[in-house]
Design a protein around this ligand. Structure first.
Ligand code: FMN
Length: 374
């Protein structure tokens, strides 16, 4: 029996298997609204057999978008197109998550595949173009000469507004029908900017010591948990390490994970990096040790992510207790049917995970002798 395809229950949510689509910005929204692109992009992962599909970084306030084309959940009107997506994911047996996010000083950057802010006036109208001055823990730019803008430091009222906005967006996520919310505290975005000494130069209660730098994430988490239904799991994505000698370290993440667990968080999505000067060594499975540390030393179920996709290795990660979930981002875009195929590679001799509309693949397999048992 494959461990990768065994179900798992977090609070009252049973996820059909351990495969997850990691959040992926599509930079394809207008005024934060999801559209047919998001529906099709996400829908194919549910058809492909993934257990949990997590929607991209969805901004809790307009100024928290990485680009003007990010998804948002800062107003009620943005709920309906998300409900349509959630309903479809559910119809295919997948669970639906949404990553709630604030980009902080990494906000208001160009859409990555464009050459800077090169939109014509006409395109600006059509795409709902906007640019703005970002906010951050401290008035320090993320990086010079890279399309970033010097941010304004958040004051106490601004911090309060961040917390309140996460709460409001969480309530909208519940209305939309999501099974889980993932708080984005990774990749050098706002909550991570507070965690990391590389970006947080504050001298008030939100800066300085590790305890102070953790404060905003813990306050956001506590406030979100208070309004997110008790029967639904809450996930936090962390950059477990900044990969920087002066930055946030694995040991810090272990302390943080224990604190998040005490506040009712149910799993850690274990990523890394996000600041300039990171000395990363990237290769297959490279972040799995982070997921293992959060699981075995932090005490919470964890998601491994980053250059995963080898099926036998994915099975071993779950079977060995290195992580509880296998999350794919680019690998899922490359092959949205990865779970369907992986399940056969791990020995399944049926087409149970294939949607009814696709089960005739079996006839093709039989004709070609592709799967000998078919
Ligand atoms: C197109 C794209 C968009 C992404 N957007 C997000 C995002 O919205 N939130 C996030 O936490 N990570 C985001 N990531 C990072 C992925 O979730 C994932 O952690 C990373 O790509 C490593 O996994 P992979 O090797 O399977 O792609 C994005 C990655 C890609 C390629």
């Amino acid at each position: 029996m494959s461990q990768l395809f065994s179900p798992i229950t977090l609070r009252d949510l049973t996820i059909r298997n351990r495969t997850v689509v990691a959040p992926m910005c599509q930079y394809s929204a207008q005024d934060g609204f999801a559209n047919d692109w998001h529906f099709a992009h996400l829908g194919r992962f549910a058809i492909g057999g993934f257990g949990l599909v997590i929607l991209e970084a969805t901004a809790v306030v307009p100024e928290g978008r990485i680009t003007y084309a990010d998804l948002g959940l800062w107003k009620d009107e943005q709920i309906a197109p998300l409900t349509r997506i959630v309903d479809f994911l559910h119809s295919q047996g997948a669970s639906a998550g949404i990553q709630l996010a604030h980009a902080g000083r990494k906000a208001s950057t160009p859409v990555p595949w464009r050459k800077g802010f090169d939109e014509t006036e006409e395109e600006r109208q059509a795409l709902h173009f906007e640019s703005w001055t970002p906010v951050a823990p401290s008035a320090e730019i993320h990086a010079e000469n890279k399309n970033f803008t010097k941010p304004e430091a958040l004051d106490e009222a601004g911090i309060r507004n961040v917390i309140d906005s996460f709460v409001a967006a969480t309530k909208r996520a519940e209305t939309a029908g999501f099974d889980t919310v993932e708080i984005h505290a990774a990749h050098g975005y706002l909550l991570d900017q507070f965690l990391s000494p590389l970006a947080n130069k504050r001298t008030d209660n939100y800066g300085g010591s590790r305890e102070n730098r953790m404060r905003l994430l813990l306050e956001v988490t506590e406030a979100v948990r208070a309004v997110w239904p008790a029967h639904k799991p809450l996930v936090v994505r962390l950059s477990v390490s900044d990969w920087h000698p002066d930055g946030w370290q694995v040991e810090d993440s272990i302390v943080l994970t224990k604190a998040l667990k005490a506040l009712g968080v149910d799993a850690i999505d274990a990523s890394s990096g996000g600041f300039e000067g990171a000395q990363m060594s990237v290769g297959a499975d490279y972040q799995v040790p982070f997921a293992t540390a959060m699981r075995n030393e932090g005490g919470l179920p964890s998601m491994a992510v980053g250059l995963l996709g080898d099926v036998q290795r994915a099975e071993a990660i779950i079977a060995n207790g290195e992580a509880d979930f296998i999350a794919l981002a680019r690998g899922a875009m490359d092959n949205p049917n990865w779970p369907l195929h992986a399940r056969h590679e791990l020995g399944a001799e049926d087409y149970d995970l294939w949607p009814d509309q696709t089960k005739r693949v079996r006839e093709r397999d039989r004709s070609l002798g592709k799967r000998a048992w078919a």
